[in-house]
Every structure is written in structure tokens, then in C-alpha cells.
Write a protein that binds this ligand. Sequence first.
Ligand code: PGA
Ligand code: ZN
Length: 413
Amino acid sequence: VIEDVRVRKILDSRGNPTLEVDVITWNGFGRAAAPSGASTGSREVVAFPEGGVDKIIGEVEDVISSELIGMDAEDLQDIDLVLKEIDGTENLSAIGGNTTVAVSMAVAKAAAASYNMPLYKFLGGSMRTEIPYPLGNMINGGAHAGKHAPDIQEFLVVPAGASNITEAVFANSNVHKKIKEFIQLKDKTFTGGKGDEGGWAPNLSNYDALEIQSKACEEVGDEMGIEIRPSLDMAASEMWDSSQEKYLYSQENIARDTAEQIEFVKEIIENYNMFYVEDPLHEGDFQGFSELTSKIGHKCLICGDDIFVTNKEILKEGIDAKAGNSIIIKPNQIGTLTDTYETVKLARENQYVPVVSHRSGETTDETIAHLAVAFSAPLIKTGALGGERIAKLNELIRIEEEVANPQMASLNK
Ligand code: PGA
Ligand code: ZN
């Protein structure tokens, strides 16, 4: 039974305020913090109400605690409903999706703690424990880096051949190191600057970044004797100019219309043997997602982030349009754990691969590591390096150690 709910203002990795919630039950305790995006989808719930974290602490905290005190932390669905009722808006703009998600996650952790169980086990029931492969972030561009960095937002890698999480996270950090060497060979003035998600933020063209990424995957893959595959988050909504109806690549001074964008992405996927490409088209283009997916088939995961925003109803539209074959899962895009779970379930039922993900603004909260395991997500996207990124990766190492017969998730779902 919940005895208290407390909210405090803490720092996120960009130096912005975010909130952390403590939920105290008579025999448990849960703490969770909310992250923030920079390249957000337009149909996400609103992260903070007007007035920000201070308003939440000043006005909302008391309302939430008075409603939740006395409720059973195990009744997460009821609690999530109450949170949505307190807010009362469609997009959670009154109290903020970051408020509801932090409370929802802290409640789940308190419930797990009251059973003396780790969160992944509490939420995952009796399912076999599978550890997700980490999608590591190597080079940052777009909205996550300076204006001379590549237009493509994230150059990622998947250590697809790793046989356990430790090997996987060290493979990613080895590629990260190798990429720094390659960038320095290309640009003597590079001082090691990083973007918001801990990838390097170099002054490189998109093509040079692709070449460096792929060469580093090969070299480290050979050294370690495992397959490492390149991947991308193109965050194409950020490049899309709706007045010209074109994708603007400022590094090469090229504007591509939708057909050219699809052709361009298809070529990249084929030339570099991409494992995964996120948001290759802008968030309104279900048709373009569908065309690309049918051209690529099962060769590559075509993942929707800004287009689906972890929203079950929007994912339904995507399923009907056959747009993509994978979906990013960010709990704060939808606002509660219950709704997050519903979206994962719908994705699974329709063979969309769920990829549990951090945001560009993060804290050291490790909850998403547990969610990825609880949902048996084949992939988790949580960077490669940086304190707020390794918080999740190191938690996965602990989880793997703790379960009896740990297994990496299957990447061929
Ligand atoms: P965001 O970006 O957290 O800044 O929205 C991450 C992503 O696009 O995947
Ligand atoms: Zn994205």
C-alpha cells in the first residue's frame, strides 16, 4: 500500500531540470526519473506542463500523492488510470507525461521491491529471461550535435554476433574507440567532442561518417571474432522541409524528394549491410515507410520512432499501411507503463520488433534496462558511453549475472 509519493527536481544529462519520483509503500520503495527528447515526435504526449518541474512540485505533487496514498502499488493499471484522470487531457499536457511516467515507473519499482524482486522479473512474469542486444551510439549528428556534424542523427552499431551482454557492450565501446581513431585520421583538428548521446560529434560528411562506421565495425568485428553491423537513426523529420517537400542534407548541399530519399536509404542499406534504420522518412509519411519496407523486406529492420511515438492507436495505422517492421519504445512518449506495455503487445502480435530506447536527455535511472528484459525486446537503444548511458548497460550486465540461464534475445524475430 502506497504511503507517500515525493517529487524532486534533478539534473538531466543536458543540464536541464527533470523530475525524480520516490514512491514509499509500507514494505517497499521505488525511485524513477523521466528523460527528455530533443528531436521529439509531434504526436508525443507533452513532457512537462507549463511552469515545468517547479509547477509539478508546487501544485501537482500533492494532488498525486493524495490520490495514490492508500492504493496498492501492485495495481499498476488502476494507478495509471488515476494518473490519466488527474491530468484529464488527451496529451497529458496538464500535469505532463514525464510526471505520469516517472510516477508509473516508481510505483512499479516499489511493487517489485515489496516482493523482493527485481523489476524485470516482476513485470516479466514467468517468461524466459532474454537479454537484449545493445544498439550502441557511435557518431552524433543532426539535432544532437553541432551544425558541422553529419545531418544523419545517429550512427549506431549492433554487436549481432556477441554471445552475452558483456561481450556486446565491450564490442560497442571498442567500435566507439576505433571510430575516434578513424575520425582523427580524417580530421587532424578533431578534439574528441561528443554529442548528446555520447557519440562523437565530428566535422564529417554523411558519406565519410558512413565509411568510418562501416570500417570500424569490420575491424573490431575481426579483432573480436564476432559480427558487428552498422545501423542508423536518420531522424528524417528533422531534415524534412515541408514547404519544399524535400529532405535537406546541409553537409552535401543536397535536397532529396521522397522518391530520392527512399532510393538513397535503400542504397545505404544495401551498400553497408545495415542491420537497422530508424526514421528513414518523416513522421507523417506512412506511405514512404511502407514503400521502403516492401523494397527492403527482411534484410533490415525499418524502425519507427517519431512516426509511432509509442502510441498504440498510431501503431495501428502503421500496421494497416504496412509501414516499417519495428518500433521504438520510449515510455515517456506515451506517459504510463500500462500504455507502453499495450503498444509492445500490439507490436509483437503484428511482428513489429520492439526496441526499448533512452532519450537524448537522460539521467542515471536504469529502469529501461529492466523494461527491455521484461518485454523480451531483442534490442535496447541506450548509447554506448557516458554515465547516463552506461547506467543502463551496466544494469544489464548485473541482470545477466543474476538470472539462472541467461540468453541473448533472438535477433531473427
Ligand atoms: P530524442 O531523440 O530523445 O532527442 O527525441 C532520440 C531519437 O530520435 O531516437
Ligand atoms: Zn529516433
